[in-house]
Design a protein around this ligand. Structure first.
Ligand code: NAD
Length: 483
C-alpha cells in the first residue's frame, strides 16, 4: 500500500519557543519527517523565535542536533537534511518586550499561510497575541497554535480564552491535544462511523462498561517540582483522557467537519455526572528499583499531588445512562500502555448451556503496537463436542497495512500539517476546554477541602490496590497493564 502525501500550501510557520524542549524533541523533528515525505512545498519556511541570541546558522546547527537525537532514526535521502535546514530562520525575540518584533514582522510574507506556534508557557500567550496584532502580523487567514496546559482551572482557562479572543477569532485558534493526532484515535472514529457492525451496538443496551487506560513507566523525574503543581487529574485526565472519552461516547456527527465533531464532544462533557469521592482513587508511587518515590522527586515530603488516578465516570444521556466508564492513568506503572476497551454485555441466553460468560471485547491500542483487536467467541477446534473459546481478531496496523501501518506519522507532524491546511477537527475548541475544567474543578476542590491524601503504590505495579477494589465492588476487573 502506498501512502498518499497531499502537499500543503506554502507557509511561514513561526515557532515561539523554537529553542525549547518541545520544539527540539517533537515539533522540528516532526516537520523534518514531513519534509522527507515530500509534503513541504519548496517555499515553506520555519522561523524559530526565542529568547536566546543566535543567528540562522546557529539555529540550524541546534536543530540538526535535535533531529539527530530525537528524529527517531528515520532516514531521508542524502542531502535532504541540508534542504530542510535551509528553510529554517531565526529571530531572537522577547515576548514581553519590544526586542525582535520589527525583525520578525519584516521577515513575514503576505502571500503565504501564516501560522504562529506558541510553544511557550501559557503566561506568555496573551503577550504574544497582543504583539502579533500590534505589529500588524496577522490577518483573518493567520493561525495560532497553543500548547497545553490550557489553564489550571476554569477561571484561568476562561482568562486565556478571553486574551486570545481579543485578537483572534475562534476559527484561527488551534489548541493542541496531541492525543487527538494519534493514528489510532482517528481510527476510532473510522471504526465507529465507517462500519455498520459497531454503531448499532454502541450504547448501554449492549455495552457493559468501557475502560480507558493511559499507563506510563516513567516517573516525574526532573520535572517533579513542576508536575507537583498539577498532578494526574490536570495533566492527563482533564485533557487527554477526556478527549478519548468524548470520541468513544459522542453521538455520530452529521459530517466529519470540525464544528460538527466538536459540538458532539462538547455535549458529552456537559452530560458527565459529578464524580462521587468514593469513585475516585488517587495514588503516589513509592521508591523502587526504577527510582526514588514520588514525594522525593517532587521535592516535597508532604506532597498531596497524585501521580495516579482511577475513576468511575457516568454519562447521563440516553445512549450511556447505566454504562460506567472507568478511567485510569499513572506514572511508574508496570508497562507503558494506552488502551481503550469496550466490554460488551453477556448474551441474553446461551444455547451452549453453562458456558455463558463469553463476552465480546473490543480493544483499541494507542501505544505500543497501535491497532484494534476484537475478541470473538468460536468453537474450540477438535472433536469432543461444542466447547467455546475466545480468540482475538487482531488488526495490528503494522501487520495489516505493511510498512505504512508501522510507519505511523507522529501526532505532532500530523497536527501541524492540519494547521497549515486550516483543518480544526483535531483541535479543542474553547468551549470544550472550559466545559472540561467546569467538570474537573469541583473534584480537585473537593480533595483540597477534605485534605485528601493519595494512596501509595509500588513502582512497577499496576497502581494502588484500592483501584482494583473499586472495580471489584462492581464485579468487574481492570484489563492487565501489559505492553
Ligand atoms: P522550555 O522551557 O524548554 O522552552 C521554553 C521556550 O520559550 C524557549 O525557547 C525560550 O527561549 C522561550 N521563551 C521563554 N520566555 C520567553 C520570552 N519572554 N520571550 C521569548 N521566548 C521565551 O519549554 P518546553 O518544554 O519547550 O515547553 C513549551 C510549552 O509547551 C509549555 O507551555 C509546556 O507546558 C508545553 N508542553 C511541553 C511539552 C514537552 O514535552 N516539553 C509537552 C507538552 C506541552
Amino acid at each position: 500500500m502506498v501512502s498518499r502525501v497531499i502537499p500543503v500550501d506554502p507557509f511561514d510557520l513561526v515557532i515561539f519557543g523554537g529553542t525549547g524542549d518541545l520544539a527540539r524533541r517533537k515539533i522540528l523533528p516532526g516537520l523534518f519527517r514531513r519534509f522527507c515525505a515530500g509534503q513541504m512545498p519548496k517555499d515553506a519556511r520555519i522561523i524559530g523565535a526565542a529568547r536566546a541570541d543566535m543567528d540562522a546558522a546557529g539555529y540550524r546547527a541546534l536543530i540538526a542536533e535535535a533531529i539527530a537525537e530525537f528524529g527517531g532514526g528515520r532516514t531521508c535521502e542524502d542531502g535532504t537534511l541540508d534542504g530542510f535546514l535551509e528553510r529554517l530562520h531565526y529571530v531572537p525575540i522577547d515576548a514581553r518586550g519590544e526586542k525582535g518584533w520589527a525583525d520578525l514582522a519584516g521577515l513575514m510574507r503576505d502571500d503565504v499561510v501564516r501560522a504562529y506556534y506558541f510553544s511557550v508557557g501559557p503566561s506568555l500567550f496573551g503577550d504574544l497575541a497582543q504583539r502579533l496584532n500590534a505589529h500588524g502580523m496577522t490577518d483573518e487567514a493567520s493561525r495560532i497554535v497553543v500548547e497545553k496546559p490550557f489553564g489550571r482551572d476554569l477561571a484561568s482557562a476562561k482568562a486565556l480564552n478571553k486574551d486570545l479572543a481579543t485578537y483572534f477569532d475562534e476559527s484561527q485558534i488551534y489548541r493542541i491535544d496531541h492525543y487527538l493526532g494519534k493514528e489510532t484515535v482517528q481510527n476510532l472514529m473510522a471504526v465507529r462511523f465507517g462500519n455498520m457492525l459497531f454503531e448499532p451496538l454502541w450504547n448501554s443496551q449492549y455495552v457493559d462498561h468501557i475502560q480507558i487506560t493511559v499507563a506510563e513507566t516513567v516517573g516525574v523525574g526532573g520535572r517533579g517540582e513542576y508536575y507537583d503543581k498539577s498532578g494526574a487529574m490536570r495533566d492527563m485526565v482533564q485533557n487527554h483522557l477526556m478527549q478519548l472519552l468524548c470520541l468513544i461516547a459522542m453521538e455520530p456527527p452529521s459530517k466529519f467537519d470540525p464544528d460538527a465533531v466538536r459540538d458532539e464532544k462538547l455535549k458529552v462533557i456537559r452530560a458527565l455526572d459529578a464524580v462521587e469521592p468514593h469513585h475516585i482513587v488517587r495514588g503516589q508511587y513509592e521508591a523502587g528499583d526504577e527510582g526514588p518515590g514520588y514525594r522525593e522527586e517532587a521535592g516535597d515530603p508532604r506532597s498531596r499531588t497524585e501521580s495516579y488516578i482511577a475513576m468511575k465516570v457516568g454519562i447521563s444521556n440516553w445512549r450511556w445512562a447505566g454504562t460506567p466508564f472507568y478511567l485510569r492513568t499513572g506514572k511508574r506503572l508496570k508497562a507503558r500502555s494506552s488502551e481503550i476497551t469496550v466490554v460488551f454485555k453477556e448474551l441474553n441466553h446461551s444455547i451452549f448451556g453453562e458456558q455463558q460468560d463469553h463476552r465480546n471485547v473490543l480493544s483499541i491500542r494507542l501505544q505500543p503496537n497501535e491497532g484494534i483487536t476484537l475478541g470473538v467467541t468460536i468453537k474450540e477446534p477438535g472433536p469432543g463436542g461444542m466447547r467455546l473459546v475466545d480468540v482475538p481478531l487482531d488488526m495490528t496496523f503494522a501487520d495489516a497495512l505493511g510498512e505504512d501501518g508501522a510507519d505511523q506519522t507522529d501526532a505532532y507532524e500530523r497536527l501541524i500539517m492540519d494547521v497549515i491546511r486550516g483543518n480544526q477537527t483535531l483541535f479543542m475548541r474553547g468551549d470544550e476546554v472550559e466545559a472540561a475544567w467546569a467538570w474537573t474543578d469541583p473534584i480537585i476542590d473537593g480533595w483540597d477541602a477534605r485534605g485528601d491524601v493519595p494512596k501509595t503504590y509500588d513502582s512497577g505495579s499496576e497502581g494502588p490496590v484500592d483501584a482494583v477494589q473499586m472495580l471489584a465492588r462492581d464485579t468487574r476487573v481492570w484489563r492487565k497493564v501489559a505492553p
